[in-house]
Ligand binder design. Structure first.
Ligand SMILES: Cc1cc2nc3c(=O)[nH]c(=O)nc-3n(C[C@H](O)[C@H](O)[C@H](O)COP(=O)(O)OP(=O)(O)OC[C@H]3O[C@@H](n4cnc5c(N)ncnc54)[C@H](O)[C@@H]3O)c2cc1C
Length: 382
């Protein structure tokens, strides 16, 4: 007889892997399924690296979630014997409008997060390798940094399997039912029975549930570039250079980590894409923009070669708040997604939150509800 699981988690990106992990730790019989594999090359979670920073401007909810998540990532890596978090520090840079950095300082102080405010003169002295035109001040989170994303997701999924989770490489079809469902089907026709079903399908949520989510998840193409640093030059690696964000440029980056080169990524939303079929080749225009930016902000790397590129997609909700809620009709079907370009760091807390909603019946955060999801984009969470 086929196994009946307590929970089937569909999608083994950072949200699904951590959800399966938490459910298993709480004694549930869990199936984890993914169409292409945990942290596969098409998934949003599959990048080389992702920032974990505590600052969210005036938005205290995500600051508190980031604080909880960083503690759990560190605990997890320590237990697993993996070095997949780099404490590079995260430097916020502010230009004319410094409101975001000011608000972040207030929230970080309230949440007990260590930070340092830096004047332009201090920035110049500490980071002579950064071109500071238009930058007035900075805020450094010394204990934040970078998660090695793809490998971190693979490690969480592997540990979930050690905790008893069963893994299936399978594409799950859109479930059909009225008030609830007893099973889902793989594209190959296999039936998977469970009490609860969590769809943590990233940018695919809109494809899988076109009527409900087709107009509520906005997948956008995002390109990432790594610039090779000069031989023997340590100015662009930690501890000399932290991870940095400058919202006015809509570009952020990371120091040379594990010798991949200086990472440059544009945070502005790119064109709408299909996560199954979009090309993973970076565009000439994207490369040109990244080069111009490097020449301005890191003049010593003006002629540096691009040594690697990545193309990925954000799975945006209208304003950037996550989507974590039940299906409106099928009460044992859950949507977990809408990471919106900032979700990776929160994986551990998302997983614990989903487990608590399913097992303890805890109330849902209104900002994550399906009802709050509009169909026209107006980004508010950065
Ligand atoms: C370029 C880039 C930079 C980013 N930078 C940061 C950052 O610095 N910090 C940060 O915190 N976040 C960042 N993010 C956002 C973060 O990476 C995502 O929000 C997060 O990884 C989303 O995880 P997920 O599990 O929801 O989705 P995914 O990782 O996309 O996982 C979804 C999974 O579902 C599977 N799936 C889909 N449909 C099916 C189906 N029918 N059956 C079975 N499996 C299915 C897919 O194969 C996939 O593995 C960035 C994202 C990008 C693209």
């Amino acid at each position: 007889m086929a196994t009946r699981f307590d929970v089937a988690v569909i999608g083994a990106g950072v949200f699904g892997a951590w959800t399966a992990w938490h459910l298993a730790r709480r004694g549930q019989r869990v199936l984890l399924a993914d169409a292409y594999g945990p942290g596969n090359a098409r998934a949003s979670s599959a990048g080389e690296s992702r920032i974990i920073r505590m600052g969210y401007g005036a938005d205290e909810l995500y600051t508190r979630w980031a604080v909880m998540s960083l503690a759990q990532w560190k605990e997890f890596f320590a237990a697993a014997g993996e070095r997949l978090f780099h404490e590079t520090g995260v430097l916020w840079l502010a230009g004319k409008d410094d409101s975001r950095v000011r608000h972040a300082a207030e929230v970080l102080a309230r949440c007990g997060v260590a930070f340092e405010e830096l004047s332009r003169a201090e920035l110049q002295k500490r980071y002579p390798q950064i071109g500071l035109d238009g930058i007035a001040k900075g805020l450094l989170e010394p204990h934040s940094g970078v998660l090695m994303a793809r490998r971190a997701v693979a490690a969480v999924a592997e540990d979930a399997l050690r905790c008893g989770v069963e893994y299936r490489m399978a594409q799950i079809a859109e479930p059909q039912g009225k008030e609830g469902i007893a099973a889902v089907k793989t594209q190959a026709g296999e039936r998977i029975e469970a009490e609860q079903f969590v769809f943590a399908c990233g940018a695919w949520l809109g494809k899988l549930f076109p009527d409900i989510l087709g107009a509520r998840i906005f997948p956008s193409r995002q390109e990432v570039f790594f610039f090779g640093v000069p031989a023997g030059d340590t100015r662009f690696a930690p501890p000399a250079l932290p991870t940095w964000l400058f919202q006015e440029d809509e570009i952020y980056g990371m120091p040379d980590l594990e010798s991949r080169g200086l990472k440059i990524a544009v945070d502005r939303h790119g064109e709408r894409v299909d996560p199954d079929t979009q090309s993973r080749m970076a565009s000439a225009e994207g490369a040109e923009e990244a080069r111009r930016f490097v020449a301005q902000r890191f003049p010593a790397l003006r002629d540096a070669p691009i040594v690697e590129t990545r193309v990925c997609q954000y799975e945006n909700t209208w304003n950037g708040d996550f989507l974590i809620d039940r299906h409106p009709e099928m009460k044992n079907v859950w949507f977990v997604g809408g990471g919106s370009g900032h979700g990776f760091k929160h994986g551990p807390t998302v997983g614990a939150y989903v487990a608590a909603r399913i097992l303890d019946g805890t109330d849902g955060e209104k900002r994550f509800s399906l009802a709050s999801k509009e169909t026209v984009q107006k980004r508010a969470v950065f």
